[in-house]
Write a protein that binds this ligand. Sequence first.
Ligand code: AOF
Ligand code: ZN
Length: 378
Amino acid sequence: MSHLTLRSDHNYMARALRLAEKGLWSTDPNPRVGCVIVRDGEIVGEGWHQVAGEPHAEIYALRMAKEKSAGATCYVTLEPCCHHGRTPPCTDALIKAGITRVVVAMTDPNPLVSSKGIEQLLKAGIIVDTGVLSHEAEQLNPGFFKRMRYNRPYIRCKLAMSLDGRTAMASGESQWITSQDARRDVQCLRARSSAIMTGAGTVLADDPLLTVREAELPCHLYLKLTPIKQPLRVIIDTHLSMPINARMLSLPGKTLIFTASPNETLKVILEKAGAQVIPLPGREREVDLKAMCRVLAEKYEVNELLMETGATLGGSMLRAGLIDELVIYMAPMLLGNKARGLFNLPEIEQLDQNISLDIKDIRAVGCDWRIVAHPIYS
Ligand code: AOF
Ligand code: ZN
């Protein structure tokens, strides 16, 4: 392949990735996918997947290109599907339209597809090149890929802290440490998540709604082409202490309560109030967090899960090796040594027991700083 072809392949795939991003808030539980069709150096079709159940990226691009698809190259950020899901196979549509070359950023880890889409295209005599901007494509759908490969959601833990690493006063008072800009940024994290998780303690203290507030989302970002979907609400409630008058229970959409309690009476009362209670007792009378992750992926198709929890539940999730990403907003203030730290990790007593982090990104958000880091589990 010539140097020039390689460069233009990158450029067209970069465009397809930008298109895919438009689905960041709406494709769930499907992946975000973008597609560009090019003939004789001209873009003749573009598309992106918008909503599960509606056409895939390739179909929109083919519809736009019409007869210009014949002899054209198709750039797609994920291997075209070859199965009958909610929609028919994209491979059939590409073959029928006369596409002669397909450039794919990465294979689809969905076991229903996983390289079979590429095989079908090759069998039909189409040239297939893979691996163009695959790293970028991988990052677009961390949750979908984690669920397909490991049967677990991608778990992001959002925290707000002072410059001296404190998240709340000794009294528990914590609203608001960070600025309004940071809180708007959190709305973007909520919008891309399939589910938001917190503990019953936080519900008792703050009575949060855990909703995406459309008015607080930066509208220039993803255009709000489709209605914003409200994430599933997930509450970890070891002893079923969730109040039945919690505001979130009267909202549309589901609230799941995972508990270690066998108390049938409390379960029935909470279910009458609108929640769905799932007993999952683990060791030491706590909720089995690993099993919970499996249930969320398998039964509820949760791709990305956002944790907005206190230090205790945060510590348990970290200890269990379940947190994939920390998003820490650091406010320019000092709260002193009586205030609480980020995570309860009482088992750490010596420096060499520390949990190391791989910092991926640091940037200013209003007057706060946002740190994105991945825990390194040894
Ligand atoms: C693509 N292009 O734009 C998307 C793909 O139920 P369905 O028919 O929507 O199929 C969903 C599966 O198709 C999804 O799990 C993933 O493997 C693939 N998604 N594939 O070629 C797209 N959204
Ligand atoms: Zn498809």
